[in-house]
Design a protein around this ligand. Structure first.
Ligand SMILES: [Zn+2]
Length: 295
């Protein structure tokens, strides 16, 4: 066991037990001999200091099933803070789980990536979320999020109202490839759309990989852009996963009232959904969020 305060290892002694008042569970306490602080076994759990822990799995599944935070609070008869707190906690947990998953899984040889566009507060402040998906299995591998300037008819209005906005696309793609490093094989096939931004990154980070750029196609009405019209779609794994993100996370749905207010929380929500998505693909009956350690 590692001390959560000073991170010293193997220097932990027993320090009695106590009965947790919120659910009557008997919990063990420990004491670190290095910093002399005490902590309990619950310190490492996902429900540490959350009293309504019976809600956790339900909140996790609902937030990943297109329910808004506000409506979920009404359904459960709790305050919005109960939900908001859990979104952050679950997002961090999922981010950690995804990191471990990348490290421990077999090497990926076929992957697709693209950027999903959304915004914070107003369409004048767009955000890009790069998401890498394994081909065929549709498992989400990595996510990176950053700000981009407004484009099209909103350019002038956005500049006038909110000033210049940085373009973090380079940073986002670099972060994405950095994360992918732990799970990709030395050779493979990467499929993207025909964006001119991608080839330099692929050459730099996946030098021996083959790059296949597919022309964009018109979206269906159902699926609102991500699902493409009829026939064979070479980027199906990617587009289908993106459509599922938009359906699963209320704030990503088209024409919704719910918007992102903080880019950090959008990132956590994306991680949360990604983990739910991977769990669901593994087994439709076991979408339980698990965690041993909260960083
Ligand atoms: Zn310590």
């Amino acid at each position: 066991m590692v001390c959560p305060y000073c991170k010293s290892q193997g220097n932990i002694g027993k320090h009695g037990t106590y009965i947790r008042s919120s659910d009557g569970k008997k919990c063990r306490r420990f004491r670190c001999r290095a910093c002399r602080k005490t902590f309990s076994e619950t310190h490492f759990g996902i429900d540490y200091r959350l009293r309504k822990r019976y809600l956790n799995q339900y909140v996790f599944r609902s937030l990943c099933s297109g329910v808004s935070q506000r409506r979920l609070a009404i359904i459960l008869g709790v305050t919005r803070a109960v939900i908001a707190r859990r979104l952050i906690r679950f997002g961090r947990c999922a981010q950690h789980n995804l990191e471990v998953y990348r490290r421990d899984r077999e090497k990926v040889i076929k992957l697709n990536f693209d950027e999903l566009e959304t915004f914070e507060h107003t369409k004048c402040k767009p955000i890009t979320a790069a998401i890498a998906v394994e081909d065929k299995t549709r498992k989400v591998l990595a996510i990176a999020v950053g700000r981009i300037p407004a484009k099209g008819p909103l350019v002038h209005l956005a500049r006038k109202k909110y000033g210049p906005r940085p373009c973090e696309r380079r940073k986002v793609l670099t972060a994405l490839f950095q994360d992918l490093k732990t799970c990709v094989g030395s050779v493979g096939l990467v499929k993207t759309d025909q964006s001119k931004a991608y080839p330099p990154f692929i050459r730099a980070h996946l030098p021996a990989w083959t790059h296949e750029a597919t022309p964009g196609r018109r979206g269906c009405i159902v699926g609102q852009g991500e699902l493409k019209e009829g026939g064979w779609d070479p980027l199906f794994s990617l587009n289908h996963t993106y459509a599922m993100f938009r359906d699963g996370l209320k704030r990503l749905a088209r024409r919704t009232w719910c918007t992102t207010k903080k880019i950090e929380n959008l990132t956590l929500a994306l991680y949360m959904y990604a983990w739910f998505h991977n769990l669901y693909l593994d087994s439709k009956k076991r979408t339980r969020l698990k965690l041993e350690w909260i960083p």
